[in-house]
Write a protein that binds this ligand. Structure first.
Ligand SMILES: [Zn+2]
Length: 557
């Protein structure tokens, strides 16, 4: 996944348009070099405070070779202008419409540019600089600060001079809070005698799998799913790529929120959404869950996975969806993704909402060991079927796509393959991805859910939290360190995806063992999480009914 530079988190991003903003006819605008240099020199606690990026509209590529040519031309232009050094690494700081599939002012183009630069940044942390007034407006709708500059070479035109960017960035930096809680905040770290920053690492784990693998590593803070651990940097480097789909280790970012309780209040209830929520059937969900967990295993390469995929595809077809399958390479057997589509009734081309879960299960002892995977993840898979049935008969404007992935436990193979197969335009039309992975394990006194996304997912996180407040009694936490499930490949390409997972899943010790059975589950928790997800999806599919907290979801492209 894409991560911030090791140990460095910029507080703000300054995102520039190139043509007519910084250059005109291949010549750098007067004063541009000085402004870029001043921004690059800004420091906070001795570290670079601003990350600089470029977002440019280019021609549509004729094919993969042409895309490479467009990127090479752009890189050469930056070299000619003498400004490429401000936008390094090029692959993270420069975003072209040819790469994203859409250009400005589409939200997806802005989202991709911010996510590539630093997935912990939100739109509120971005200053966008352009001479195009339409793009200024679009950026502000998304919550960015936008600076409208006078077009290069048009002395009479409206807009500010380029140096006007500097005070705007300084003001935003001054307003950025130093005191953002990380696993309970700096005070919590100090209270456990945390060492200097370069020895602190963040672990995101499924179950207690990091602690099972590495009991020798000292844990300083433990919220279950998230740990802060103390490691020699060289040791950490060796561990970094060995967690597979069980856990990830990365330098502890400076500042970003790891988990926070959601502050969303209730939204307005709508009749259409309420009807879908009430159409959820607990009995049917229980029966589907029992069928899936009734297989000895659903290991991706097993005959039982094949049987479960065939059964689930038939269920989705019966619910009125057009079902296709997509082979998942590198896993073995007949591992595949099951994809179910239902078109909306709005005018084409339509955006789409995705609901996903992984169908496969695993036992850490090996492919032959029993792996009922009732919670992980028959619960999410049966949840996808439940959502398909709950939306039956609902009039929806947008398209709905449900995906059951294979190969998740081997390393997110099914979802990575699915995302890699989408064109830029197909990615750009995805409004939201709601992924379910473990929704029925009750690990806490109060029924709760963790919504896990990244800055790109912020509006989906907020809309889900609002749906939870309106239609459920769930306690909601929000996490911004996505890891270990099928939402990650989407987030990595700038698509707003969110994992919905039982609260405190890190205390669930049955994960990936033969003890992950239906008898251990709390179906009331699963039904609450399903109510939230159905309410969100039903609302998102009929954009006019989405709550006020979801402006970005209804931004026209
Ligand atoms: Zn799982």
């Amino acid at each position: 996944m894409s991560l911030p530079d090791q140990g460095v988190r910029a507080m703000v991003m300054v995102l520039f348009d190139l043509g007519e903003t910084l250059e005109s006819d291949g010549v750098l605008r007067a004063g541009a070099l000085e402004v870029l240099q001043e921004l690059a020199d800004l420091r906070r606690d001795g570290r670079p405070a601003a990350v600089l990026g470029l977002l440019s509209d280019t021609r549509t590529p004729a094919g993969p070779d042409d895309l490479a040519a467009i990127v090479a031309e752009y890189r050469a232009l930056l070299d000619e202008l003498g400004i490429r050094r401000f936008f390094q690494p090029f692959s993270r700081r420069v975003t072209l419409s040819a790469q994203v599939g859409v250009g400005k002012p589409a939200a997806a183009a802005f989202r991709a540019a911010v996510a590539r630069a630093d997935p912990t940044l939100g739109f509120a942390d971005v200053v966008f600089v352009t001479e195009n007034p339409d793009h200024v407006r679009a950026a502000r709708v998304l919550g960015m600060t936008a600076v409208h500059v006078r077009p290069a070479g048009s002395p009479g035109a409206g807009g500010a001079e380029l140096p006007a960017v500097l005070p705007v960035v300084r003001d935003l930096l001054a307003a950025a809070s130093d005191d953002v809680p990380v696993l309970g905040g700096d005070r919590a770290l100090a209270s456990v005698g945390a060492p200097a920053g370069e020895r602190l690492f963040l672990v995101v784990q499924n179950g207690r799998l990091f602690q099972v693998d590495h009991p020798e590593v000292p844990v300083l803070l433990d919220t279950g799913r998230h740990l802060v651990v103390d490691l020699e940097p060289e040791v950490a480097q060796e561990l970094e790529d060995s967690g597979g789909a069980c856990w990830t280790l990365r330098p502890l970012p400076v500042g970003p929120v790891v988990t926070t309780p959601a502050a969303s209040g209730r939204g307005p209830e709508t009749e259409a959404v309420r009807r879908c929520v009430d159409q959820l059937s607990r009995d049917r969900f229980a029966a589907d869950l029992a069928t899936l967990a009734g297989h000895a295993t659903r290991h991706s390469a097993s005959a039982d996975f094949d049987a479960a995929a065939t059964w689930a595809a038939a269920q989705l077809a019966e619910a009125g969806f057009a079902v296709t399958t997509q082979p998942v390479p590198r896993v073995g057997g007949r591992c595949r993704n099951v994809i179910a589509d239902r078109p909306g009734t709005g005018p084409a081309p339509r955006d789409v909402v995705l609901v996903t879960a992984h169908l496969d299960s695993v036992n850490l002892r090996g492919p032959e060991a029993p792996a009922p995977g009732a919670d992980d993840n028959a619960s999410g898979s049966a949840g996808v079927l439940a959502i398909a049935r709950a939306l039956d008969g609902a009039e929806t404007e947008l398209d709905l796509r449900l995906v059951l992935f294979g190969g998740e436990e081997q390393g997110l193979f099914g979802s990575s393959h699915h995302v890699a197969g989408l064109t830029g335009a197909e990615r750009a039309r995805i409004r939201a991805v709601v992924n379910m992975d473990m929704i029925a394990g009750l690990n806490t006194a109060v029924r709760g859910v963790l919504l896990e996304g990244a800055a790109v997912s912020r509006t989906v996180l907020d809309a889900l939290a609002e749906a939870a407040a309106t239609y459920t009694g769930l306690a909601v936490s929000i996490g911004l360190s996505p890891a270990n499930s099928d939402h990650v490949p989407f987030i990595d390409v700038g698509v707003p995806a969110v994992l919905t997972i039982e609260g405190a899943d890190g205390t669930n010790r049955r994960v990936h063992t033969e003890r992950d059975t239906v008898a251990e589950l709390d179906l009331d928790l699963a039904m609450e999480i399903l109510r939230m997800n159905v309410a969100f999806v039903a609302g998102a599919l009929v954009p006019a009914s989405v709550g006020a907290g979801s402006r970005e979801l209804v931004t026209p492209r």
